[in-house]
Design a protein around this ligand. Structure first.
Ligand SMILES: Nc1ncnc2c1ncn2[C@@H]1O[C@H](COP(=O)(O)OP(=O)(O)O)[C@@H](O)[C@H]1O
Ligand SMILES: [Mg+2]
Length: 244
């Protein structure tokens, strides 16, 4: 079953039409990488799916629930966990408390179970030793790894990741990407906006190439990185521009 159905949506900011009559569906398998030049609406698309931006027409269904109904948003945000370019943990809480807060308050998870689960995910992202640290005691890469763990705590069916390594230096970014690769191998379903093409080539089962608010290409990872790179002049130019 498709988890996300984007149906003929239009999204404007004032006079600027970012997405026009835009449709796409995502089913819960593999990793879909969304690429394209800046300003083409990649972030806007993810934010609309998660109900962080309203849409002007059309509809988006997440597990059959419309983002247009305010009362669906809580459920939709549980289905789609989202991590952004930079993450701010609650500064007055340590890492462990940041991780268990929402599961306890929004899912009604018993504290003991939440703590166990938090340690499980902290181990997964290689940061179990940081459970007592606070936001300002963590590097940017560590903050992003905590953000991934925090999103996973809520058992999302899909992780929406919006350029989560673009504020990091190469070393920190590769630590974060390594974790994403591992999650991908474990079958965590992800929609990833990224400019990290080496990573994208390794994990993408599907690539959407967006430009000017439309889908220019919607192909398998191999077709994108092997065929389209050779045969599609626009894709070749884009990859060259970002240094691949
Ligand atoms: N909140 C906003 N208000 C006004 N314009 C916005 C807003 N968010 C994004 N935009 C504009 O919408 C277009 C698409 O932005 P965005 O989705 O962030 O692109 P991308 O993520 O592909 O770089 C850009 O022209 C951007 O300036
Ligand atoms: Mg963006």
């Amino acid at each position: 079953m498709d988890v996300v159905e984007v149906k003929n949506i239009t999204k404007r900011f004032g006079n600027l039409v970012v997405l026009q009559d835009f449709s796409v569906t995502f089913s819960s398998e593999g990793v879909t990488v969304i690429v394209g030049p800046s300003g083409t609406g990649k972030s806007t698309l993810l934010r609309c799916i998660n109900g962080l931006e309203s849409i002007d027409s059309g509809d988006i269904l997440v597990d059959g629930l419309s983002v247009k109904e305010k009362r669906n948003l809580r459920k939709i945000r549980l289905t789609c966990g989202m991590v952004f370019q930079s993450t701010v943990l609650f500064p007055h809480l340590n890492v462990l408390d940041n991780l268990i807060l929402s599961p306890i308050h929004l899912l009604g998870m018993p504290k003991k179970e939440a703590v166990e689960k938090a340690r499980f995910y902290l181990t997964k992202v290689g940061l179990v030793s940081k459970e007592k640290s606070r936001h300002n005691e963590l590097s940017g890469g560590e903050q992003q790894r905590i953000a991934i763990a925090r999103a996973l705590m809520m058992n999302p069916r899909i992780l929406l990741l919006d350029e989560i390594t673009s504020a990091l230096d190469p070393e920190m970014s590769s630590e974060v990407l390594r974790i994403l690769e591992q999650l991908a191998a474990e079958g965590v379903y992800m929609l990833v906006v990224t400019h990290e093409m080496t990573f994208a080539q390794r994990v993408a089962s599907r690539v959407l190439f967006l430009e000017g608010g439309s889908i220019v290409l919607d192909v398998s990872g191999n077709d994108f990185f092997i065929r389209a790179k050779k045969e599609n002049e626009r894709v070749a130019r884009f990859l060259q521009y970002i240094g691949e």
